[in-house]
Design a protein around this ligand. Structure first.
Ligand SMILES: Nc1nc2c(ncn2[C@@H]2O[C@H](COP(=O)(O)OP(=O)(O)O)[C@@H](O)[C@H]2O)c(=O)[nH]1
Ligand SMILES: [Mg+2]
Length: 454
């Protein structure tokens, strides 16, 4: 029997309600020791999906007013008996209530233990369980949609289709090899290849979504760079909607890196406004310039800002060479003034140019559009099931590798035994991906990344 676990399942801080969650065979009995309903009915007596109103009691002292929600096994999140005690959301009250449940026989839940139990009890597949954490941490709409789709089983479903094909093919191979006297259609290499092709294709497609998915979840490290006075800080302030960086007409105003997190459309950007890059004798400014160059070197995305109202300078040109072949959008700023910059020169280094007036707030749509294209987010479909983490990606790559070996073996005319071995390898990796054949250690590792109470 699994021990009954308890945890505070809502964030610690002042809130309208806070929830203590209990799960396990004795969850109701434990809850009855700390909760007294107004009606006199006990939690043991309550049927699933009902609520009781009453109080958390320490002996005869009222700790808080509370509602107890009862979920009877197996129709609960974890598949076990679950009781949720909704108290007021104060840290002291929640801690005391938790302590009382522990004294009444529960033990503190480990990180992710509720969801781990749900997985072990067959309430959800591994990829759905993993998505719980992604839902909790999703910040943008797209990321949340992708996580919810995964939790609803979009990826699991996609993997199942692949698995069916692999299992059928492996069975066909095995039957033909093991029962030559039966009337089993001969296994032709071409027919095998044809069967495996859709799986190979879908694995490749899944792997291709990984980067855009990661960007949607985690956001992009973005550096705003350019010469002094081109309007970097004004752009920063425009994008984050408040005066984050100091803006003046004096060159060299921004000296340190100023960082902000913003949403550009659905995409999260970790924006870094930097000092203007130029040759300078000022020691402090030199440090700033070095930091700007460091950010430029490590950024995943670059906004290279130019002052469109004046011709390109040597410093501008040096910046252009630094941005060549990087993921960069050239921002041709100050579009409210007459244009004096040679756009063609810029384009020869940075093909994507957004014409913008940071001061007047015009042209952000164009910038957003360029960013989405640059990061291949325009055909991002968050509903179709995608790989959400490194573990899943590693497994998918293993599937791909094994399928490639199958293909090679068929091409080289190797025996069907050899093909069968690679096919089994692909199936193993696929089942590890879906969680059907996941080891205890891997499961533990996954759930440890959760926080307590989930
Ligand atoms: N006309 C015009 N002036 C701008 C624009 N963006 C910035 N500026 C001005 O350019 C000067 C330098 O701006 P700032 O953002 O501090 O530039 P930074 O040194 O690149 O960070 C300030 O006087 C801004 O008001 C713009 O789009 N149009
Ligand atoms: Mg600045």
């Amino acid at each position: 029997m699994e021990h009954t676990i308890a945890a505070i399942s809502t964030p610690m801080g002042a809130g309208g309600i806070g929830i203590i969650r209990l799960s396990g065979e004795t969850a109701r009995a434990v809850a009855d020791k700390v909760f007294r309903s107004v009606s006199g009915k006990t939690i043991e007596q309550a049927s699933g999906y009902t609520a009781l109103y009453g109080h958390i009691m320490k002996g005869e002292r009222v700790v808080d007013e509370a509602v107890a929600l009862v979920f009877a096994a197996p129709k609960s999140y974890t598949g076990e008996d679950v009781v949720e005690l909704s108290c007021h959301g104060g840290a002291a009250v929640l801690r005391e209530t938790l302590r009382l449940t522990l004294e009444a026989g529960a033990r503190p839940a480990g990180a992710g233990e509720f969801t781990k139990r749900a997985f072990l009890n067959g309430k959800m597949e591994l990829t759905q369980a993993e998505a719980v954490m992604d839902i909790i941490h999703a910040k943008g709409d797209q990321a949340a949609r992708a996580a919810v789709a995964a939790h609803e089983g979009a990826l699991a479903k996609r993997l199942n289709t692949m698995k069916d094909t692999l299992v059928n093919t492996a069975a066909w191979l095995a039957a033909w090899a093991d029962f030559p006297e039966e009337e089993i259609p001969e296994v032709e290499p071409a027919a095998l290849q044809e069967r495996l092709a859709p799986v190979t294709k879908d694995i490749a497609r899944l792997l291709a979504t990984f980067d855009s998915g990661r960007i949607m979840r985690e956001g992009v490290e973005t550096a705003i760079v350019g010469c002094p006075n081109v309007g970097k800080s004004t752009l920063m302030n425009l994008l984050c909607g408040h005066e984050s960086s100091i803006v003046t007409h004096i060159a060299g105003t921004t000296r340190d890196v100023v960082s902000e997190e913003i949403l550009l459309g659905d995409l999260r950007l970790h924006l870094n406004d930097t000092a203007g890059i130029r040759e300078t004798d000022d020691t402090v400014e030199q440090f700033g310039v070095q930091r700007a160059k460091d950010r430029l070197a490590t950024a995943e995305l670059i906004f290279a800002v130019f002052d469109g109202s004046r011709p390109l300078t040597d410093d501008d040109k040096e910046l252009l060479t630094l941005c060549k072949d990087r993921k960069a959008v050239a921002v041709l700023n100050k579009s409210d003034l007459p244009r004096k910059t040679d756009e063609q020169v810029i384009r020869s280094y940075i093909p994507r140019v957004a014409v913008l007036s940071a001061k007047e707030g015009a042209g952000v749509d164009e910038l957003q559009h360029h960013v989405e294209e640059l990061l291949s987010l325009t055909d991002f479909d968050s509903d179709c099931g995608m790989l959400m983490n490194e573990r899943q990606r590693d497994c998918a790559m293993q599937v791909q590798k094994c399928l490639q070996e199958c293909e090679d073996a068929l091409q080289m005319g190797l025996t069907l035994d050899a093909v069968g071995v690679s096919l089994d390898g692909a199936l193993d990796a696929l089942m590890e991906l879906s969680g059907e054949r996941v080891t205890e250690e891997v499961a533990d590792q996954i759930f440890h990344q959760f926080c307590v109470g989930k």
